[in-house]
Design a protein around this ligand. Structure first.
Ligand SMILES: Nc1nc2c(ncn2[C@@H]2O[C@H](COP(=O)(O)OP(=O)(O)O)[C@@H](OP(=O)(O)OP(=O)(O)O)[C@H]2O)c(=O)[nH]1
Ligand SMILES: [Mn+2]
Length: 186
């Protein structure tokens, strides 16, 4: 790759990391340590690169920004202005409508997963993989064992609709589901 092209990609990614860090600056994860929220979008992009083999810069940008509109005051217009329409599109596809009741949002994720673009499906697979591993690592404050198990069962339904997208990520998700008895052992 030409040096200039490489520098552009580096700049695009660092712009997103900084934007997400600023937007999520006051947020913490739900674990007892109150981990900074930014660890999550960074980790989702890291999973895509290191475990999914993904180098598509727009997918990685989408991963870094994927919770900014859903969880902060960020707008889609802002994302488009700074990062372009394709990144805006990926973020829009993975953003839940927080005005809907939680059960409806959860149901829509299952129903809509198969209709998502390939790039949005990649971000969703890595998001679920990160969150399930996070649940294995620490139980969010106030969550019962049953609620954790319910999240695994729901995530497995969403992942059903994302299959055929990235075998490496899907295999790692399947290992987690199997360990919980959610998929039949093959
Ligand atoms: N496992 C885990 N999740 C945490 C933690 N802190 C925050 N979260 C976030 O909580 C969401 C899952 O919790 P839920 O109770 O199911 O959903 P809610 O936040 O919308 O109410 C995920 O949102 P999301 O990334 O938008 O994904 P999704 O689950 O909505 O698809 C996840 O990123 C934590 O310590 N552990
Ligand atoms: Mn997320």
């Amino acid at each position: 790759m030409a040096a200039d092209a490489g520098n552009l990609v580096t700049e695009q990614l660092i712009e997103c990391m900084n934007f997400a860090a600023v937007k999520h600056r006051n947020q913490r994860r739900k674990d007892p340590d109150k981990t900074p929220y930014i660890n999550h979008p960074l980790g989702v992009a890291y999973i895509l690169m290191k475990e999914g083999g993904i180098t598509d810069v727009q997918v990685l940008q989408g991963a870094l920004l994927h919770d900014t509109v859903e969880d902060t005051e960020t707008t889609f217009e802002e994302i488009e202005e700074l990062f372009g329409s394709e990144v805006r599109g990926i973020v829009a596809e993975v953003t839940d409508d927080k005005t809907l009741p939680k059960m409806e949002r959860k149901r829509l994720q299952v129903v809509n997963a198969p209709k998502k673009s390939h790039k949005a499906k990649l971000v969703k697979l890595a998001d679920k993989l990160y969150n399930l591993r996070d649940l294995e690592r620490a139980t969010p404050e106030g969550w019962t064992t049953e609620r954790v198990m319910e999240y695994f069962r729901w995530a497995a339904q969403v992942v059903e609709g994302l299959r055929g997208t990235n075998q490496m990520l899907e295999n790692k998700l399947d290992e987690l589901f199997k360990a919980r008895g959610i998929l039949p052992e093959t």
